[in-house]
Design a protein around this ligand. Sequence first.
Ligand code: RUQ
Ligand code: CUA
Ligand code: CA
Length: 593
Amino acid sequence: MSKRTSQLLILGTFLAAGLTLSVACNTPSKTTQAGGDLGSRTYVPVGEWDKYYAFLSGGQSGGVYVYGLPSGRLIRSIPVYEPRAGYGYANVPGTESYERLAASGPMWGDTHHPILSETGGDYDGKRLWINDKANSRIARVDLSTFETKAIVKIPNLQATHGIAVISPDTSYIIANGEFRAEIPAGSVDVDSYSSVMAFLDPMTLETRFEVLMPGNCDIADSSKDGRWAFTTMYNLEGAVTVEGMIQREEDGIGAVDIHAAEAAMERGEFTVIDGVKVIDPSATTEKVVYVIPVPKNPHGCDVTPDGKYVMGTGKLSPTVSIIDISKIDQVENLRDAIAGQPDVGLGPLHTTFDGRGNAYTSLFVDSQIVKWNIEKAIAGDPTYIVDRVDIHYNVGHTQATLAETMHPTGEYLLSLNKLSKDQYLPVGPTMPEAQELIDISGHKMTLLSSFPAEPEPHDAVFMLATDLAPNVIQTEEFAINAVPEDGSRVERVGPNEVHVYMTAIRSKYGLNEFTVKQGDKVTITLTNIETIRDMSHGFAIEDYGINMALDPGQTREVTFIADKPGTHWYYCTWFCSALHLEMRGRMLVEAGG
Ligand code: RUQ
Ligand code: CUA
Ligand code: CA
């Protein structure tokens, strides 16, 4: 057995066992950082804003968490695939957000990778997309309101995992189907299995085309010139069992030539499957897919800010493979596109950048972030490792500020740790995930602080507050169906159908009461006619399972059957004023119908 193979086997065991290695105890950790004045480096005085927005995915919580950095303050969460009564999001049948989510699939999701819209290779502060691995969906969030605006299920694809914006101008969103499955859907024939990379319209999320991929697709990124879409592949074996997926010593980084794929589309080299144009790369005139061989089951796929290299991060190999993007379509043997393959440590998962020529790789097994110099590693200079910092514990993703853009700020790095174990007050057998903030502005890294998160952030992206805060709207524009100040009324629109129009403003609804008959189909259109930021109102009806939340200026609608006779108070669910408790009225449902 070669040294490398035995190393890999040990690694495999480590990856499985790494989670159970450390002690669980109910005493504080011994890992406290040397104090100094670290506190002041993350302290944000009352009334001042953080320098960065941080968008963390929510895993099986189905949404996105928005934190401020460096403080680590949770500012809000954005519900995407899960109902959230607090924001009146998808929690009541008959409301727009509910109907949109329900039409796309189940009322929960598994979000891993938030990505941000770009113009000219930098964040433009307009939109965010987030995957749902469990139900093969993707969603778009509008950053002017921090609200989910579109959700679609992607055809022919199982387990939307890696997603990426095609730089520099968001020409597509790509979505990787991680699980190989039959195409078209509906059979159990393993021979018809394939993985898929889908190219989506960024706004409508409609699939413009798909490319069948050898092996499977995992994590995604793009080159900075719009030419290449990249993915890691850990199952070139095409296996359906763990044992099978680690058979070979090599897997790959897949590179899809977007221009060649578009040309194939124009030549009609596609098959329509489930309404989508699907390219089989073995049947195109021009080469569309390149697979660069890299060691065993790679995971992270990250393009350097200068667009020169794509890094495949080892997982079962202690290395990062540095691929020279300019060589992919130039070399005879794709191994010659690999510029370097430095050893970085055990269980490397993801790599991020500071824009000063350094890479930072998360080491799941070693529980470390390792900083290394890219050009030194390529040159074979043995001093390429710059620094290592211990994290707590078992880091998955790591992301440095603006590292996905062409202009990283190289200021902070977040270590998104899978386990916190002894780091926080015990709250039961399951502990929160630990996010650790590291200052990377100097030669050495400094671990600054740690904050817990609800289950369970996978990845994060950051935006400078100065790039986003000005784009956030203060109040909603009154919509076409907005109820004007004097427009509150009840209209019977059919023998069993009533439409109620109402306004809300501190501290009164436009109607103190309205009467319907038992069995009526009732539609309530409600407008919050406030014109200043943060004056939200809510609208809940007792025993009817209804709650809506309305931003200032916003109109929302709900339709339901008034099946329970009697008096049902409706009331405001946002504490809006001193008379908030009095902000209520009665729905009177006359028995019998
Ligand atoms: S994966 S720990 Cu879903 Cu982002 Cu790498
Ligand atoms: Cu309106 Cu409380
Ligand atoms: Ca493999």
